[in-house]
Design a protein around this ligand. Structure first.
Ligand code: HEC
Ligand code: HEC
Ligand code: HEC
Ligand code: HEC
Ligand code: HEC
Length: 350
């Protein structure tokens, strides 16, 4: 058990980390959207597979399992195989059968003689675990990596370095692993999204037959661009609502916050993301609609916007052996949308 790479084995002793990890996207990093694309590759195309799994399932043992599964899809045995378990504990904590971790909370680490009596032969303390660069391997492209419009497609560490958080010593871990918990919540999580920005709804004013209002969104809690990737889309909205609570046609104003790129990654279309401290304002100026009693201010997110379109296009072009999985991934990506801010203000009776 101490030598096993399976997260469930680590979890027999490290119960809290295992419980938290299971709820995360790191644990789901080999979901149907990814596996559905991988199973359509040739089993011997290890380099092509490696281009994806070096971030999604990085252990050499996982690469072997994946190649076997592509060659003979009929599965043997019970439970998820190692490559299906995504970013497993050992990918961050084990090298050459040796275990690494941050120093204990009191700053200490096992002495050599103590190690012999500990499970998995003890462990070695490494300061890397408390450093923001730990996350960069997968969340930051190399300087010569793929870029559009002069900006790397993944630039999270550099965005963070340019923010006040870096100077204050607030690392990725401070926000995404509070109290060392293995949570990694992000754009898919309503609580994290509410912490990401401050929102101010300027109440409606009637002026010469028009309603004027504004929704102000400031990045006050995100340690990088809001959002950092090209994949989510955040939409700010203001509209008029009837007494029955439905949106009145023709009254909707929107502002999109997104780094929008073409589906084939050939060009950047727009970039309206908010750097730390930056703000966006949606100005509202519309005539009052008959029957309107309230103004609704809303922020909603489509965390997997880019992937929804990608899966649609994969299915349209024929997703081969991965078709069933890509269909499931499309369904999940559409179901991931949610509103994380909603405010209603009464309109004056006319
Ligand atoms: C070995 C590569 C790897 C490392 C190292 C890594 N991540 Fe990730 N991370 C990923 C992948 C891949 C995903 C996307 C999983 C998916 O959705 O399929 C992800 C997803 C996330 C998400 C969820 C984003 C969302 O969409 O909600 C957060 C937050 C995150 N990582 C933070 C971190 C932090 C903080 C660290 C450093 C302590 C870190 N990651 C280290 C590969 C990695
Ligand atoms: C440098 C690390 C890295 C590499 C290499 C990488 N990914 Fe990802 N991938 C991520 C991160 C981080 C996320 C989560 C953030 C996001 O949604 O963009 C992600 C998310 C995804 C998702 C959506 C979430 C899910 O699991 O359904 C898919 C699909 C995906 N990647 C496919 C691929 C494919 C296919 C390749 C190979 C061509 C690849 N990735 C290579 C880091 C990586
Ligand atoms: C994406 C990389 C990553 C993955 C996956 C990961 N960890 Fe960690 N782990 C870390 C980092 C980073 C820290 C240190 C966090 C800090 O110091 O703020 C840590 C800390 C720990 C600690 C020390 C906790 C403490 O309170 O002192 C243990 C134990 C641990 N991890 C076990 C696990 C187990 C078990 C799993 C799988 C269920 C796992 N980790 C998965 C990155 C990871
Ligand atoms: C039989 C129980 C057991 C199993 C199985 C086990 N561990 Fe441990 N692990 C421990 C104990 C006990 C310690 C020592 C804690 C200490 O020294 O403070 C430890 C220490 C660690 C640390 C260092 C914690 C720190 O403070 O930095 C990490 C990281 C870790 N284990 C990861 C793993 C991973 C990953 C696996 C699975 C591949 C695993 N462990 C399997 C019991 C176990
Ligand atoms: C001050 C707190 C804070 C710090 C520091 C921070 N983040 Fe975040 N992060 C957030 C919040 C809040 C969100 C949710 C809003 C969003 O998606 O931008 C988020 C979202 C994410 C996501 C989801 C994808 C996306 O498009 O936004 C990833 C991945 C991520 N962070 C990785 C990192 C990494 C890697 C670092 C360190 C280089 C880091 N974060 C530093 C607060 C922080």
């Amino acid at each position: 058990m101490e030598a096993a790479l399976d997260p469930a084995a680590c979890g027999t002793c490290h119960v809290e980390q295992y419980k938290d990890w299971q709820t995360t996207l790191h644990a789901a990093a080999m979901g149907p959207g990814l596996l559905g694309q991988l199973v359509d590759m040739a089993p011997e195309a290890r380099d092509e597979q490696q281009d994806c799994i070096r971030c999604h399932a990085p252990l050499a043992e996982q690469a072997d399992g994946l190649a076997q599964a592509i060659a003979s899809p009929a599965r043997g045995g019970k439970g998820a195989r190692l490559h299906e378990q995504g970013l497993v504990c050992a990918a961050c904590h084990v090298r050459g059968r040796e275990h690494f971790g941050p120093a204990r909370r009191d700053g200490s680490a096992p002495r050599p003689e103590e190690s012999q009596s500990l499970p998995h032969g003890g462990w070695t303390a490494a300061s890397a675990f408390e450093d923001a660069r730990f996350c960069a391997a997968c969340h930051q492209f190399e300087p010569d990596g793929f870029a559009l419009n002069g900006k790397l497609l993944e630039n999270t560490l550099e965005e963070w370095k340019a923010s006040a958080y870096a100077a204050e010593g607030k690392t990725c871990q401070s926000c995404h692993m509070p109290e060392r918990r293995h949570l990694w919540r992000g754009v898919h999580d309503p609580g994290m999204m509410r912490a990401a920005v401050s929102v101010e709804a300027a109440p409606p004013r009637a002026e010469q037959g028009t309603i004027r209002a504004a929704l102000r969104i400031r990045n006050t809690g995100t340690g990088h661009y809001f959002p950092t990737y090209v994949t989510p889309r955040v939409v700010a909205e203001i509209f008029q609502e009837s007494a029955a609570g439905s949106m009145i046609d023709g009254t909707l104003a929107q502002h999109v916050i997104q780094r929008q790129v073409a589906l084939d990654l050939s060009r950047e279309i727009a970039d309206t993301r908010l750097a730390p401290g930056a703000e966006a304002v949606l100005e509202y100026r519309r005539p009052p609609a008959p029957g309107a009693v309230r103004l609704v201010y809303r922020l909603r997110v489509e965390p997997d916007r880019f992937y929804t379109e990608l899966y649609e296009s994969l299915l349209a072009g024929g997703a081969g052996r991965g078709t069933k999985m890509i269909r499931e991934a499309l369904r999940r990506s559409r179901a991931s949308h949610f509103a994380f801010y909603e405010e209603r203000k009464a309109l004056e009776a006319r």
